[in-house]
Design a binder for this molecule. Structure first.
Ligand code: ATP
Length: 444
């Protein structure tokens, strides 16, 4: 994990937030490459969950909402972790993280048994709306995106004219004042979620829970996570929310252990019922065929963008042996990202930077490819070094412009380039005019 954190900083994937002031625990910034990787994950999610489907529409809700939302959803009352203080070292700990030594609970930091009783600690960040800081102006930064979907259910149903089953999708920031942020970005205090609320008839709930679990597994495989590293945990009755009839956690084998990437939960009609009761506004669905009026049930696949990005980096990280310029074997650090999510798709290199014709041709190729994909132009250093720099950030393809491209040795090779593939390091000679098609197919 240390190697991964250090690579992330060195190459500009992820930095500590407010680093020059010593940072702030549980908060992270994505640098130039991290933001591209994150965008690719979100775009792919949106593509398969919204654009490629007839039965899902999107929305983008506000982060601050009327406090009444959080009262009705139960977050104000119960969105908390039980917490214990160590009287010896003053650490504040989650009750489930205490060390159990022969039945006696101990502080994991100092080993003391002098601990306070567990008390609930609400994870929502409180804030005030408007100029007065009093009880009437309190609200919270949303701890999940789902609630804005529930409270906009009626508006979206009306404008989209969808029939059950149908879904509403949203990607956006969520905030939780986690007691113990840890494992790099895995447990942060500010993060992004990709959530779908898929509304259905009560009798479809269990079947759709299975359906969405399978769809979501396919999603992770399609962005390059090995099926062997993904696990489905059936959340047992005593851990599940009381209103849920079934919940799966999709987990990934992180270097720090097997941990949740996403929850897929059948939440019955709990959320819409709560908001209908609290707001006094009908959130019912009218079935024109059967003339029935009822509150739809919902299945929710809820994924974390940051956890997915971290899983992708962990999955991609590898070291192998490759020959350097002089044929000597050296350790090669390579991020084996699926081309679909790789931040940069293609590196373009003129063989020599002091040859104007090679440079001009390489820049022409950059201009040709740029409307179709992210491209990185690099002319400095030996060609092997340039390949390595791209391997390290996971660029799947490299194009080298050499003297054959100029047709100097063999006119039949004019306007062809070397296309190198990152993982196999195999090189093929291809026509410049074929590049867009060849690469687009491989990164789609
Ligand atoms: P955990 O048990 O790990 O705290 P959770 O079960 O509370 O997670 P959910 O409320 O189901 O999480 O949220 C859905 C998804 O949002 C999670 O699967 C995860 O990907 C993401 N998520 C939740 N909390 C965090 C966090 N603190 N940092 C990063 N991502 C998070």
């Amino acid at each position: 994990m240390e190697k991964i954190v250090s690579l992330c900083k060195r190459r500009g994937f992820i930095f500590q937030s407010s680093e020059i002031y010593g940072g702030l625990n549980g908060l992270w910034d994505y640098g130039p490459l991290g933001v591209e990787l994150k965008r690719n994950v979100k775009n792919h999610w949106w593509r398969v969950m919204v654009h490629e489907r007839d039965d899902v529409v999107g929305m983008d809700g506000s982060i601050l909402m009327n406090r009444a939302v959080w009262k009705a959803s139960g977050h104000e009352e119960t969105f908390s972790d039980p917490m214990v203080d160590c009287r010896t070292c003053k650490a504040r700990l989650r009750a489930d993280q205490l060390t159990d030594k022969k039945g006696a609970l101990q502080c994991p930091n100092c080993g003391s048994k002098d601990l306070t009783e567990a008390r609930p600690f609400n994870l929502m960040f409180k804030t005030y709306v408007g100029a007065t800081e009093d009880e009437s102006s309190i609200t919270y930064l949303r701890p999940e995106t789902a609630q804005s979907i529930f409270v906009q259910f009626k508006n979206i149903l009306e404008v989209s004219r969808k029939k059950l089953p149908f879904g509403i999708a949203q990607i956006g920031k969520a905030f939780r004042n986690e007691i113990n942020p840890r494992n790099f970005t895995f447990r942060s205090r500010e993060f992004e979620q990709m959530e779908l609320e898929y509304f259905c008839r009560p009798e479809q709930g269990m079947e759709l829970l299975e359906y969405w679990k399978d769809e979501r597994l396919k999603f992770y495989e399609n962005i390059g996570i090995l099926r062997d590293k993904l696990h489905v945990r059936t959340v047992p009755d005593d851990e599940r929310a009381f209103y849920s009839k079934g919940t799966y956690d999709i987990e990934y084998d992180f270097p720090f252990g097997r941990q949740e990437l996403e929850g897929v939960a059948y939440r019955t009609d709990y959320d819409l019922s709560q908001h209908q009761k609290a707001s006094g506004k009908s959130l019912e669905y009218f079935d024109e065929e059967t003339k029935q009026r009822f509150i739809p049930h919902v299945v929710e696949p809820s994924a974390g963008v940051d956890r997915t990005v971290l899983a992708l980096i962990c999955e991609a990280y590898s070291e192998d042996q490759a020959a350097d310029e002089k044929g000597k074997m050296e350790t090669r650090l390579v991020l084996r990202f699926h081309p679909r999510v790789a931040p940069v798709k293609c590196g373009v290199f003129p063989l020599l930077k002091n040859n104007p014709q090679l440079v001009a041709k390489a820049k022409e190729i950059v201009d040709l490819l740029r409307p179709h994909m992210t491209v990185f132009y690099d002319e400095s250093g030996a060609i092997g070094r340039r390949y390595r720099r791209q391997d390290e950030i996971g660029t799947p393809f490299g194009i080298t412009v050499d003297f054959e491209t100029l047709g100097e040795k063999d006119p039949s090779l004019r306007d062809t380039v070397t296309l190198r593939e990152r993982d196999s390091m195999k090189q093929e000679r291809v026509k410049i005019s074929d590049l867009i098609h060849l690469l687009s197919v491989r990164i789609a």
